[in-house]
Design a protein around this ligand. Structure first.
Ligand SMILES: [Zn+2]
Length: 159
């Protein structure tokens, strides 16, 4: 079976008063994530994991933060483009695994909602989507959220 693995990483600092989105889900929290788009670290890491697996340019190359078209947009748009390119090359997702690194907010109460949202966005069943919340534990001095994501892809119907 022809398979590909992809790895994505992203991080953003908090920004007061901006809405917080993780995995396309609005999180009830007083701070959002700084960034040109909505700053959704999970969708950015996932998008980069898919793009990396299929050998495409990364998210920063495709959607430059210098480009006004992407200012304030939903990061779902970036993921949709990565999935379009993935399908265009004949691949489908097998599973995705991710780690969200944040001291706040707590990820656990949102895990299932985020998985359901990612299931809708990727077409993967929820049992093939994993989200793990981790505290920073000295990983980074700046307040914000980081995310690491891996995906496995395959060419369907190949021997
Ligand atoms: Zn980002």
């Amino acid at each position: 079976m022809h398979t590909r693995i992809g790895l994505g990483f992203d991080s953003h600092e908090f920004e007061e008063g901006k809405p917080l989105f993780l995995g396309g889900v609005r999180i009830d929290f007083p701070k959002g994530l700084k960034g040109h788009s909505d700053g959704d670290v999970l969708l950015h890491a996932l998008t980069d994991a898919i793009l990396g697996a299929i050998g495409e340019p990364d998210i920063g190359e495709l959607f430059s933060d210098k480009d006004e078209r992407w200012k304030g947009v939903s990061s779902e748009l970036f993921l949709k483009e990565a999935i379009k390119r993935m399908k265009g090359k004949g691949y489908e997702l097998i599973n995705l695994d991710s780690v969200l690194i944040a001291n706040e907010p707590k990820i656990a109460p949102y895990k299932e909602t985020i998985k359901e949202k990612l299931s809708k966005l990727t077409g993967l069943p929820v049992e093939r989507i994993s989200i793990k919340g981790k505290r920073r534990e000295g990983f980074c001095q700046v307040e914000g959220i980081a995310c690491i994501c891996t995906v496995l892809l395959r060419v369907p119907y190949e021997g």
